[in-house]
Write a protein that binds this ligand. Structure first.
Ligand SMILES: [Cu+2]
Length: 302
């Protein structure tokens, strides 16, 4: 191949890569979030503070998803570096407010002022971390980065304001072989724990999911509370990484500490989703990952 041909192929390859990394989100999801700002998914479907809610409305209101844009309602996620090298790296950012200055005051939700999800665009490498805020409004935390395109999703509520979920891209140079989504996966094994997902997600409808934790084949009945719940479930839609954060029915003291953790979740559309369950046992937080495809309409089965 001549040099110019090679350059052309390289540019075409780059263009394809960027189309994949940045374009897909804009064309895949017919996601109308107008009038439906992403709310705290902890109360998915039960939020009565929002006049009208989304249940029982004549027009199907968009389920609450977030993370698709870097700026909303005057608040902007500003990543200090949009390119970082691979390895254990400090990711730093600010949330700039309507006055243009970094927000320094937040309302705590689930025991933290801000929840940060860092995940590969291919839905691998999921990390749910809690950055540290300094007096200037700068957040920072260490994350593990492999080469590829990453998504950074910040879930927070500015003091006195509505909850927001903002997302930004982070690029890590190097040799990158994107992993395929793979087949549906309803059982995950992590550090000797088997976690099973029961229940079906239905597009545009709330449905019940039960995640059951076993260790060495025996049900775990003494899960530790983690950030005010026995489990935290994040769902990300393949293709654009639309984000849903779901919390269980009832907290510690209200429901049994395992083996089953019951969630109510609503996904905005048909398609493939990866679900990540964070749970804590014997003092250690672990993450179980599942892959679920959601069909059009109700009761889809494979
Ligand atoms: Cu969190």
């Amino acid at each position: 191949m001549s040099t110019s041909l090679r350059a052309t192929a390289f540019v075409a390859g780059l263009a394809a890569f960027f189309a994949l990394a940045f374009g897909v989100g804009r064309v895949v999801g017919p996601l109308d979030v107008e009038g439906a700002t992403p709310h705290d998914m902890g109360s998915a479907g039960h939020d009565t503070s929002d006049a009208g809610g989304h249940a029982g409305m004549g027009v199907a209101a968009a389920p609450e998803v977030g993370g698709l844009q870097s700026s909303q309602d005057g608040y902007t996620l500003v990543l200090e570096d949009q390119r970082l090298s691979a390895g254990t790296r400090s990711v730093a950012f600010t949330i700039s407010g309507p006055d243009g200055h970094p927000v320094t005051s937040y309302d705590e939700r689930h025991e933290k002022d801000l929840h940060l999800i860092v995940v590969g665009r291919d839905l691998n490498g999921f990390q749910h971390v809690h950055p540290v805020l300094d007096q200037s409004g700068r957040w920072s935390t260490d994350v593990e980065l492999a080469p590829g395109a990453w998504r950074v999703v910040a879930d927070f509520a500015p003091a006195g304001g509505d909850p927001l979920v903002l997302g930004g891209d982070l690029l890590v140079p190097g040799r990158f072989a994107p992993a395929g989504l793979g087949p549906d996966r309803r059982t995950a094994t992590v550090d000797g724990y088997d976690v099973t997902l029961d229940g079906d997600l239905v597009a545009g409808e709330e449905s019940e999911l039960t995640l059951t934790v076993r260790k060495d084949g025996r049900p775990v009945t003494d899960l530790d509370p983690y950030l005010g719940a026995f489990g935290h479930l994040v769902a990300l839609r393949a293709g654009d990484l639309a984000y849903l954060h779901v919390h269980p029915d009832g907290g510690p003291g209200e429901v049994a500490p395992g083996p089953g953790i019951v969630f109510h979740a609503e996904v905005p559309s048909a398609g493939a989703y990866r679900l990540f369950l964070d749970f804590r046992h014997d003092g250690i937080v672990r993450t179980a990952a599942f892959t679920v495809r959601v069909g059009e309409g109700a009761g889809h089965e494979h």
